[in-house]
Design a protein around this ligand. Structure first.
Ligand SMILES: N[C@@H](CCC(=O)N[C@@H](CS)C(=O)NCC(=O)O)C(=O)O
Length: 326
């Protein structure tokens, strides 16, 4: 995997500490679109563009929130190729549902980062919220992008869905924090560990956290109670990838998600919500991970399984879901 150093693409960098632990670097662009006069990035339909990979759990968060709020017409999207190789994310289009770069016509995502900042140092990641008018990156941190969509961008939304409802806002933020390191990032810490102890630590924390949230869901409909929130979106994109990819490729194989009753029903329920289901592309997900991580899977062979029929199962005894509106 490559990274940018002072505006130059390098493939000789390393993202582990001395004990073989994977460390995710903080993202760099943290601006926000605002609906106030003289804002640096003023709210406007059609002005902002989202660059995503359908494979990436962080980018997937932004697609789900965009879809649930009905922001498709206000924010258009470019989808990268699932193969992330020497040049990082590319805009090749020889894979179903890739789009190429719809705005800047670049070949690689790193060229967009260089366009935004010619001295950029850091990883070249998706998602990216791009300002077409200023030709720069507004934000490349999924958590901040979904909050921006759910608050400021609501003015442009066609659905009145509220994923950060009054009354549970602090709780939503706490849960997003709590699941990040052991679960969302935990699967990567297990998969990219280069020492036994780093792997053991990550996988133990991951499964302790999954047990905990599985118990929590025996008494709570969603992570923050009765209402589906941003926290559930953040959890879901990891759970969806768990059995097809993280269980095998990242060695997170103490149990499948389908072996946790409550987590599994919860995954199915979210997966089967139409605005969420249309954002799920398991072909991109499987292809990306198994094909792109040469250090883990050098021959790039993509396994056939698992048979994903389970995702069509449904526990019909469960009540219809609850989503706040305003
Ligand atoms: N903290 C970021 C993480 C984004 C991220 O790491 N995306 C991955 C894809 S799953 C990526 O683009 N990785 C490319 C790289 O690190 O070179 C967020 O939540 O948006």
């Amino acid at each position: 995997m490559g990274t940018m150093v002072d505006g130059t693409w390098r493939t000789d960098t390393w993202i582990r500490d001395n004990e073989g632990r994977f460390e995710r670097e903080p993202t760099t662009f943290h601006n926000r679109v605002r609906s106030v006069p003289d804002a640096a990035f003023p709210l406007a339909a059609g002005r902002y563009h989202l660059y995503v990979s359908y494979a990436c759990p962080w980018a997937h968060r932004t697609l789900i929130v965009r879809s649930m709020l009905g922001l498709e017409d206000a924010i258009d999207v470019s989808v990268v190729h699932p193969h992330m190789l020497e040049d990082g994310w590319s805009f090749e289009t020889d894979f179903a549902n890739t789009t190429g770069d719809q705005v800047m016509g670049k070949d690689f995502l790193r060229q967009l980062y260089a366009h935004a900042d010619s001295d950029y140092s850091g990883r070249v990641t998706v998602p990216v919220l791009w300002d077409k008018e200023r030709e720069t990156i507004v934000n490349n941190e999924s958590r901040e992008i979904i909050r921006n969509f759910g608050t400021t961008f609501r003015e442009l939304a066609t659905e009145s869905v509220d994923l950060w409802p009054d009354g549970v806002r602090d709780d939503v933020d706490e849960v997003i924090d709590a699941i990040y390191q052991p679960i969302n990032n935990g699967v990567y810490r297990a998969g990219f560990a280069t020492s036994q102890s780093a792997y053991d630590e990550a996988v133990t924390e991951l499964f302790e956290a999954l047990e905990k949230w599985n118990r929590h869901l025996s008494e709570n409909r969603y992570l923050c109670g009765d209402l589906l929130t941003e926290a559930d979106v953040c959890m879901f994109t990891t759970l969806l990838r768990f059995d097809p990819v993280y269980y095998g490729h990242f060695k997170c194989n103490l149990r499948h998600v389908y072996e946790f009753d409550n987590l599994w029903n919860y995954t199915l329920e979210l997966y089967q919500m139409p605005p969420i289901q249309k954002t799920c592309h398991l072909d991109h997900i499987k292809t990306h991970y198994y094909y792109s991580h040469e250090s883990i899977n050098p021959p790039r062979v993509i396994p056939k399984g698992p048979i994903l029929d389970r995702l069509a199962e449904h526990d019909r005894d469960r009540l219809p879901g609850h989503i706040a509106t305003r």
